[in-house]
Ligand binder design. Structure first.
Ligand code: ADP
Length: 454
């Protein structure tokens, strides 16, 4: 298996090499062509000057055939005269009357140049008068290696090859460095993932950059911490469940044993205790079932459109007697024109019941519990406000956790610490949120936010 690092280095090498070779070849070709054009232009100009000079001296083109070769040689500079014919293919000279006087293609002599040929031709002028036309078809030449031009082009070739080599080496060095940096983070992440797979949660990796890899490392660290917390919570929950099941079970088994041994006689009080404990057990089991259904996203909701005011009034009516028994004033207040809410009435009543029972539990006689409904930013809020003991700030962030029971001094065996966790699961299943605010000694407000109901 080729490692990612090797693949990255090879990729950089390939890209660097291809890029530099391509650039070198293009530069070499373009330079050769541009250089060729430059030289030919210069030679053409010399040729034109020489021809014009010839005409000026002779007053006509007679005798040109003889002198032309000399002219050509002096305009092409040092080199083989035969090469010149190849460089200036189709070299043709016509007089002012456009009749061809001389041509490297002899069959052209005596013909008249067409207007298209005239368009391509260079005008020969003496004292501002057109004295002839010169037609040239320059070609790309092969420079003799020893000539100055050949040496120049060779130097250009060497320079572009050296640049290509340097660029490739640079790409390789940078590529290796980058590959090393990238793969180091990935290797650390892989090792940490193996640890997690072995069940050792909480493993953290170093965040080395703020790019995508850094983001991956940050998310990994968060996931690892979450997993550790979740595992810890699961362990704690198992211990709590075991503990909560043990108490009623030991009461039941104690009574059952005493009854079967004949140590106590059956009586309505004894049967009542046994009944209470089974009810307690059933409720605990039912709570746990509901929570696991909510965790699995399988909590079935029978959603109906319902007036929030009616929902609160129905709830208040159910608790009116208990409120009176506790000597607590229970009231409902709802804003005018509230939109209906889409809720499962039974489940939402269960949440409200739980909040009200808690409010009664923590509010002393003579206190007040208010059920309020209002809107905020298009959401409908249902609130349970009490004037009770309030919640200390250390407890507040945890009260929705499973089995969390605050204010340990006043904890009774009746409470399981699951009430608010269940309330939160039900509200979440509705796509809503539940939160609590409290100032110790002044009471608490629990708010259910039902999203986008307006
Ligand atoms: P419990 O079964 O203990 O009532 P809950 O999940 O319903 O469990 O509540 C968790 C904790 O939140 C309680 O133990 C209590 O400390 C705190 N709490 C809940 N409601 C109130 C309230 N209205 N006033 C003061 N404390 C409250």
């Amino acid at each position: 298996m080729h490692s990612l690092r090797t693949k990255l280095i090879l990729a950089f090498l390939l890209v660097g090499l291809t890029g530099s070779v391509l650039v070198a070849v293009i530069v070499q070709r373009r330079t050769r062509l541009a250089f060729n054009d430059f030289i030919l232009n210069r030679e053409q100009q010399t040729l034109v000057n020489n021809l014009e000079l010839y005409y000026q001296r002779n007053g006509d083109w007679d005798g040109l055939q003889v002198s032309l070769l000399t002219l050509l040689v002096s305009s092409s500079g040092p080199g083989d005269v035969r090469d010149f014919g190849r460089d200036w293919q189709g070299l043709t000279l016509a007089g002012a009357d456009r009749v061809v006087l001389f041509s490297l293609r002899p069959e052209q002599v005596g013909k008249t140049l067409s207007s298209r040929e005239i368009d391509r031709a260079v005008t020969l002028e003496v004292d501002g008068e057109v004295v002839g036309w010169l037609l040239l078809t320059p070609t790309v030449r092969e420079w003799v290696a020893e000539s100055a031009e050949g040496v120049f082009l060779r130097n250009v070739n060497i320079a572009s090859l050296v640049s290509a080599l340097v660029a490739t080496l640079l790409a390789l060095t940078l590529g290796s460095f980058l590959a090393l940096t990238l793969t180091r983070s990935l290797r650390e992440l892989t090792e940490a993932t193996v640890e997690i797979a072995k069940g050792r949660f909480g493993k953290q990796v170093m965040v080395r950059s703020d790019d995508e890899l850094g983001e991956l490392a940050t998310s990994f660290n968060q996931m690892s911490l979450d997993l550790e917390r979740a595992t810890q919570a699961r362990r704690q929950m198992t211990a709590d469940v075991a503990h909560d099941l043990r108490s009623p079970l030991s009461v039941l088994s104690g009574y059952a044993e005493a009854l079967s041994d004949g140590k106590i006689a059956g009586s309505p009080e004894v049967y009542n205790i046994l009944h209470q404990e089974t009810v307690h057990l059933s409720r605990l089991v039912e709570d746990l079932r509901l929570l696991s259904l909510a965790d699995a996203g399988e909590l079935q909701l029978l959603i109906q459109s319902f007036s929030p005011q009616a929902l609160l009034e129905r709830t208040a009516a159910r608790h009116a007697v208990a409120a009176e028994q506790h000597n607590i004033s229970l009231s409902v207040s709802a804003d005018q024109g509230l939109p209906n809410v889409n809720v499962d009435i039974e489940r939402m009543s269960q949440v409200l019941d739980n909040l009200i029972l808690n409010a009664f539990r923590y509010t002393p006689s003579g206190g007040e519990v208010r059920l309020i409904s209002k809107t905020a930013n298009g959401d409908v809020l249902l609130q349970v406000q009490d004037s009770g003991s309030g919640i200390i700030s250390e407890d507040l962030p945890h009260i929705f956790d499973r089995f969390y029971r605050g204010d340990k001094a006043r904890r009774g065996s009746e409470e399981s610490g699951l009430g608010l966790a269940i309330a939160k699961s039900i509200v979440k299943a509705h796509g809503g949120e539940i939160s609590a605010e409290s100032s110790p000694g002044q009471g608490s407000v629990f708010t259910i936010t039902l999203k986008n109901q307006t």
